[in-house]
Design a protein around this ligand. Structure first.
Ligand code: TXA
Ligand code: MG
Length: 308
């Protein structure tokens, strides 16, 4: 299937089809969140287990009211970070029209108001919440370009090509269903910035099974081994460098020559895709500081390293 336009994507979504579209974080595989048959097509196309819930994307803050219950914490975080790389998990509203399968049977709904102009235009024209997980096969490396989407999901999925995603890592997922706000997934907005708005530390989920089902799964895994904190060359590996590159590797991809974490986040998935090559034995990654968005980069790399 060739690329589709914004108007074609809107038409496909309104007719219950899936479309891959760019957001500022990663490409999403979108479907009408209120249409159970359309949502089922997302799970099928990704090979995603049905216990792992999806994020509903909205066009503006007003759209949240009929879907979920926002308390003062949710309002403060939405004010500070929407549109943007933040997902809020909130109690579902009584008459929430979003398909049960989007919540995977949980009494909560994950909601995000994305910043990417193409995503926003599509959401505005569709006029309904749009479910969209990252547009990759379940467990594989997430897509930050349209070519990554085609490589992972095959040529049958229509794609709106908006170029590379500027943030490059998925949204930060915050759970607001209990008295303490929980960091369910580190992501594009650093946890420190969220804690500063809340004026309180974020908790970690006690039971990943109930609170953040997606984090139980293998994730972000290239088909070759990933080795972290590399300080010397080993065998026939490719190197993901951060700052000046180490010598002696068989292939190179620079996340950031200057050691800039924002640049490294934007290039991370392109680097994992580029070095996941049959002629290499694995991917080595230079040390990356666990601060700001570095925490989310390391979260993804640790999952990639153990997830095969
Ligand atoms: O940046 C992003 O968030 C991208 C773009 C496309 O918006 N989407 C994305 O979706 O990363 P996905 O499906 O790959 O990750 C959604 C995460 C999963 O870890 C899932 O388990 C969690 O959000 N999640 C969704 N609904 C939830 C809920 N009701 N309770 C707890 N966790 C939930
Ligand atoms: Mg994903």
């Amino acid at each position: 299937m060739p690329d589709v336009t914004i108007a074609e994507a809107v038409d496909l979504l309104r007719r219950g089809e899936v479309v891959a579209l760019p957001t500022e974080t990663v490409y999403g595989l979108a479907a009408d969140a209120t249409n159970p048959a359309a949502v089922a097509k997302i799970y099928a196309a990704k090979g995603r287990p049905d216990f792992n819930p999806l994020i509903s994307h909205i066009a503006d803050y007003a759209q949240l009211a009929g879907l979920a219950l926002a308390d003062s914490r949710a309002k403060a975080l939405a004010d500070a970070f929407w549109p943007g790389a933040l997902t809020l998990v909130l109690p579902r509203a009584a008459a929430c029209p979003v398909a049960e399968a989007v919540s995977a049977g949980l009494p909560s709904l994950a909601i995000r108001l994305p910043a990417h102009p193409i995503a926003r235009e599509i959401l505005r024209l569709v006029g309904r919440p749009v479910a969209a997980p990252s547009a990759n096969r379940s467990g594989h490396v997430s897509p930050s370009t349209a070519a990554h989407v085609r490589h992972s999901l095959g040529p049958a999925i229509p794609v709106v090509d908006g170029g590379p995603c500027p943030v490059g890592l998925e949204s930060t997922v915050i759970g607001l269903t209990g008295s303490q706000a929980l960091l369910l997934r580190p992501g594009g907005i650093p946890a420190e910035a969220i804690e500063a708005v809340l004026g309180a530390p974020l908790g970690r989920p006690q039971s990943a099974k109930l609170e953040s089902p997606g984090m139980l799964l293998k994730h972000y895994a290239p088909s070759r081994p990933v080795r972290l904190d590399a300080t010397t060359a080993h065998g026939n590996e490719g190197l993901l460098s951060f700052g000046p590159a180490l010598p002696g590797f068989a292939a190179y991809f620079s996340l950031s020559d200057t050691g800039d974490l924002t640049e490294a986040a934007a290039k991370l998935y392109a680097g994992l895709h580029a070095l996941d090559r049959a002629d290499l034995d694995g991917i080595a990654v230079m040390p990356i500081p666990e601060e700001g968005i570095g925490a989310a980069i390391l979260d993804r790399l640790r999952r990639a390293a153990r997830g095969r």
